[in-house]
Design a protein around this ligand. Structure first.
Ligand code: KG4
Ligand code: ZN
Length: 356
C-alpha cells in the first residue's frame, strides 16, 4: 500500500511516498529556514504564504522522485494538528482537494505522533541513501518526543494505543535551544548552532540547574534558560536589568562555546534522567527518540550511557519535520481507522497527543 504524506504544520512544506509503512520511495522537504532566519523565528503569515507557493510543486516532485503516477497511490495522509493555523490550512486544503479529484481515501495525522513514526522507516528505494534503522521498534515502545514545540514521554502499547506519561511544564526543549542561542549570539535555528558551538566548549564550565518537579516524568526548561541569561549577564559584568538583546555583542567566542556546551549538557541531562526513570519503571521493549532535537549527538551519547539497551536512530533528515513520517503513520492509521471525509476535515492547531 502506497501512501502520499503531506506536511505543512510549521515552516517546512513536505511531501513523501512510503510503501507499507516501512519503505521510503521519496522524501521532498522545502524548508523556509532561510526566509525566517532573518527574523530569528517563524513568522506565521510568511510561513503560510510560502507553503501556498510551493505545496503543488513539492507534491509533484514527491510523485516523480518515487516514479509514481496517481494510479500508484492508494491513500493520502496529511497533518491536521497541531501547528500554525495558516500553515495547516494550506496542507490540508491541498490534501482534501487531491483526495476528491483522484478519489483516494484521506487520513488525518497528528504531527507529534507522526514524529515517532520516522523510526518505523527501515527500507528505501535504490535512489535514496539514508542510514536507516535495521528493524522496526517493538511494543511496548517508550518514545521521547523532543522538538521545537514539544517535549513529551509517551508509552505506546500498540499503534494508536498510547499514554502520555510526562511532558514539559513550560518551554519545549527545542524552544529552549532556540532562546539560549539568541542570548549568546548564535543563529536560528538554535539547536544545530548550539550543538556545533558546544563541540569546542567545556560542558562543566557553568553549573546550571536541573528543575525539580512533582510530576515524576515531567520536564521544565524555562528556569534553565533564565539561569543561562543570568550567568551570561554576570560574565559580561552586567546586572539582571541588562537587556538580553544587547548581550550577543558582549559575548566572546570562549564564553559562547562554554555556555553552549554547559546548557546543552544540562538540557540533555534533564531529558535523559526522566527517560531513564521511565525505562526502569515501564521496562519497554524498545526506546525511540523523535523530533528535531533527536538529531542532537549529546542526547544520543548520554542515552547510550544511561540505558541498558541499544537504541536505533532515524536519520537526521527524518528527525526534523518531514512528510515521510506522515505517510508512515498514515499507513498504520489506515489499518485501524476509517478514512476522513475530505469535505469535512478541519485543522486543530492546538490539539495535544492526549486528546486523540
Ligand atoms: O521537529 P522539528 O523540526 O520542528 C517542530 O515540530 O518543532 O524541531 C525543530 C527544533 C528546533 O527547536 C531546533 O532548534 C531543534 O529542533 N534542533 C536541534 C538540533 N537540530 C534541530 N536541537 C538540538 N540539537 C540539534 N542538533
Ligand atoms: Zn515537528
Amino acid at each position: 500500500m502506497r501512501i502520499l504524506g503531506i506536511e505543512s504544520s510549521c515552516d517546512e512544506t513536505a511531501a513523501s511516498i512510503v510503501e507499507d509503512g516501512e519503505r521510503l520511495l521519496s522524501n521532498v522537504v522545502n524548508s523556509q529556514i532561510d526566509i525566517h532566519a532573518e527574523y530569528g523565528g517563524v513568522i506565521p503569515e510568511i510561513a503560510a504564504r510560502s507553503h501556498l507557493e510551493v505545496v503543488n510543486p513539492v507534491i509533484k516532485k514527491a510523485l516523480s522522485d518515487a516514479n509514481c503516477t496517481w494510479d500508484d497511490i492508494d491513500a493520502i495522509s496529511v497533518t491536521y494538528a497541531p501547528g500554525l493555523i495558516g500553515s495547516l490550512l494550506i496542507g490540508t486544503l491541498a490534501a482534501r482537494t487531491l483526495a476528491i479529484i483522484h478519489n483516494k481515501p484521506l487520513f488525518k495525522i497528528h504531527h507529534v505522533e507522526a514524529h515517532v513514526y520516522a523510526n518505523f522507516i527501515n527500507k528505501q528505494s535504490d535512489n535514496l541513501s539514508l542510514t536507516l534503522p535495521k528493524q522496526q521498534p517493538s511494543f511496548p515502545m517508550l518514545s521521547l518526543i523532543v522538538s521545537g514545540g514539544h517535549s513529551q514521554l509517551v508509552l505506546f502499547k500498540n499503534h494508536g494505543d498510547y499514554q502520555l506519561i510526562g511532558q514539559t511544564q513550560d518551554d519545549a526543549v527545542g524552544e529552549a535551544f532556540d532562546k539560549v542561542a539568541k542570548i549568546i549570539g548564535l543563529p536560528y535555528p538554535g539547536g544545530p548552532a548550539i550543538a556545533k558551538a558546544a563541540e569546542l566548549g567545556d560542558p562543566h564550565a557553568f553549573h546550571l540547574p536541573i528543575a525539580k518537579l512533582s510530576g515524576e516524568y515531567d520536564f521544565s526548561f524555562s528556569g534553565l534558560k533564565t539561569a543561562v541569561l543570568r550567568a551570561v549577564q554576570h560574565e559580561v559584568g552586567k546586572d539582571f536589568t541588562f537587556p538580553s538583546r544587547e548581550l550577543p555583542a558582549l559575548v566572546d567566542d570562549e564564553l559562547r562555546r562554554n555556555m553552549a556546551a554547559s546548557f546543552q549538557y544540562t538540557a540533555i541531562k534533564t531529558l535523559v534522567n526522566k527517560t531513564k526513570k521511565a525505562f526502569d519503571n515501564f521496562q519497554p521493549a524498545s526506546v525511540v527518540i523523535a523530533g528535531g532535537v533527536a538529531a542532537n549527538q549529546e542526547l544520543r551519547r548520554q542515552l547510550r550511557e544511561a540505558l541498558p539497551i541499544d537504541i536505533e536512530y532515524a536519520p537526521i533528515q527524518l528527525c526534523t519535520d518531514n512528510a515521510a513520517m506522515i505517510a508512515t503513520l498514515g499507513y498504520f492509521r489506515s489499518q485501524i481507522d476509517e478514512p476522513t471525509d475530505p469535505y469535512d476535515l478541519e485543522v486543530q492547531p492546538s490539539l495535544s497527543m492526549t486528546a486523540i
